[in-house]
Each structure stands twice: as structure tokens, then as C-alpha cells.
Design a binder for this molecule. Structure first.
Ligand code: AP5
Ligand code: MG
Length: 217
């Protein structure tokens, strides 16, 4: 089963993707993680994307779409999760073309819903591994050893865009560009588009997702 996970910043897309990777051997394609890795490695993609990520604005479609096309093209049979892509209608249209070209399909589009007051606390307390992008939270999921990743021993840090003023811009970008995708994907019908309550623990959210994937609700 191939999935799209979308929702506001801090909804838990990365957290749920990582659980699906671990437990269902799926491949996560997170455009945010790909940009952050490119920035860390100072590649030309990283240099192009940095200003946008730092400001909380969307990276231009011309850059983002090509990146996803490359990632999807390299996948041979592995089931995948698109985390953070598409993020606007132009990207959704481009994805439809890429899927057609590569003979791939999307089985479920999950919209993860979380009220704004919870999002702010999640983003402010989030920490991530600089090496493998494992997601932590200072209260709900701290690493065993402070600032050290349980998974790979890498440095756990606070994302530069998890500052209050940048969070505000990211939420605006979400409202303007990404939220309209709800209607876009709702039109694909209830077999494809499913809204998931993203509140409660990560395990509870995971249970809701996997029940739908198994056709149980
Ligand atoms: P991206 O990295 O995709 O950021 P985002 O969409 O803002 O989403 P987040 O990663 O902030 O949240 P998440 O839903 O993954 O939540 P998480 O699981 O970490 O994008 C960053 C930037 O890259 C963009 O601003 C843009 O510049 C660029 N970009 C990326 N994709 C692009 C695209 N397609 N087009 C153009 N530009 C693009 O969880 C958050 C916190 O909550 C964590 O601490 C976690 O531990 C905690 N948490 C999660 N679930 C729960 C739970 N159930 N209960 C309690 N805590 C929880
Ligand atoms: Mg994420």
C-alpha cells in the first residue's frame, strides 16, 4: 500500500512515517528530510533550499517536484509514504503525472488532523536527529541520553524552523497552499481520502492509521 500523509506542521507525519518504516518496512519519502540532508551536506540542492526552509516558506515547485520524481523513480517495488509532498495543488497534479509515468499508484491519502494549540507544543518541544532524522520530543519522547539519538548515536538538535516566528510562517503556508488539498483529495472518494484524528499518543494514532490500511474502519 502506497500512502500520502499530509496535515499541518507538527501533526505527526514524520512520527507516523517512521513507525510505518520500522514496522511495515515501507519507504518514507519526506521532502523536508531530503532538504535538511541536502543543507547539511551543502549540496547545490541544499544551497537552493536553505533560505526557504529557514524562512518557513515553500521551496519552489520546480525544485521539489524534480526531487520527488527522482526518489520515486529509484523505488523498485517497495511500498512508500509521501510525507510532506504534495503540498499544493500544482504538486498534486505533478504527482499524478509522475505516478502515471512510473506506473505507480497511491492507495490512501491520510489527512492527519490536530488542533492548533496542540501543534504549537509539539513543535516547540520537538528535537530531531541530524544524521537519521528520528523525531523526538522533550516531554513525550525524549532520547534516552540527552541530545544523543537512540537509533544511530547522532546529534539530536532543534530544527531552525521550530522557532515561534518561523512556525507562524509555516502555518500560514499550510493554510494558503496545503489545506486546499483536502478538497482535491476528498474528490477522489472515501476509499482513498481518509481523515485521521492525530490527537492522543503516537501509538493511538498509529492504530487508527493501520486499522484503515487493513480495511477495518
Ligand atoms: P517538513 O519537514 O515537511 O515540515 P512540516 O510539514 O512543517 O511538518 P513537520 O515535520 O514540522 O511536522 P510532522 O507532521 O512531521 O510532525 P512530527 O512527526 O515531527 O518541511 C519543512 C520545510 O521544508 C517546509 O517549511 C518547506 O520549506 C520545505 N518543504 C518540505 N516539503 C516541501 C514541499 N513539498 N514543497 C515545498 N517545500 C517543502 O511531530 C512533531 C512533534 O510532535 C515531535 O516532537 C513528535 O515527537 C511529537 N508528536 C508526534 N505525534 C505525537 C503524538 N501523537 N502525541 C504527542 N506528541 C507527538
Ligand atoms: Mg516532518
Amino acid at each position: 500500500m502506497n500512502l500520502i500523509l499530509f496535515g499541518p506542521p507538527g501533526a505527526g507525519k514524520g512520527t507516523q512515517s517512521q513507525l510505518l518504516v520500522e514496522r511495515q518496512k515501507m519507504k518514507q519519502i519526506s521532502t523536508g528530510d531530503l532538504f535538511r540532508a541536502a543543507i547539511k551536506n551543502s549540496t547545490s540542492l541544499g544551497k537552493e533550499a536553505k533560505g526557504y526552509l529557514d524562512a518557513g516558506k515553500l521551496v519552489p515547485d520546480s525544485v521539489t517536484i524534480g526531487l520527488v520524481e527522482e526518489e520515486l523513480g529509484a523505488l523498485k517495488g517497495t511500498k512508500f509514504i509521501l510525507d510532506g509532498f504534495p503540498r499544493n495543488v500544482a504538486q498534486a497534479d505533478a504527482l499524478a503525472n509522475i505516478l502515471k509515468k512510473t506506473g505507480k499508484t497511491i492507495d490512501k491519502v491520510f489527512f492527519v488532523e490536530v488542533p492548533i494549540n496542540l501543534l504549537l507544543g509539539r513543535l516547540a518541544g520537538r528535537r530531531v536527529c541530524r544524521t537519521c532524522a528520528t523525531v523526538y520530543h522533550i516531554e513525550s519522547k525524549p532520547p534516552t541520553k540527552e541530545n544523543v539519538c537512540d537509533a544511530c548515536g547522532g546529534e539530536v538538535y532543534q530544527r531552525a524552523d521550530d522557532k515561534e516566528e518561523v512556525i507562524r510562517t509555516r502555518l500560514e503556508a499550510y493554510e494558503t497552499s496545503t489545506r486546499p488539498l483536502k478538497e482535491y483529495y476528498k474528490a477522489k472518494g472515501p476509499q482513498t481520502y481518509v481523515e485521521i484524528d492525530g490527537t492522543g499518543t503516537s501509538e493511538q494514532v498509529f492504530e487508527r492509521l493501520t486499522r484503515v490500511m487493513q480495511g477495518k474502519s
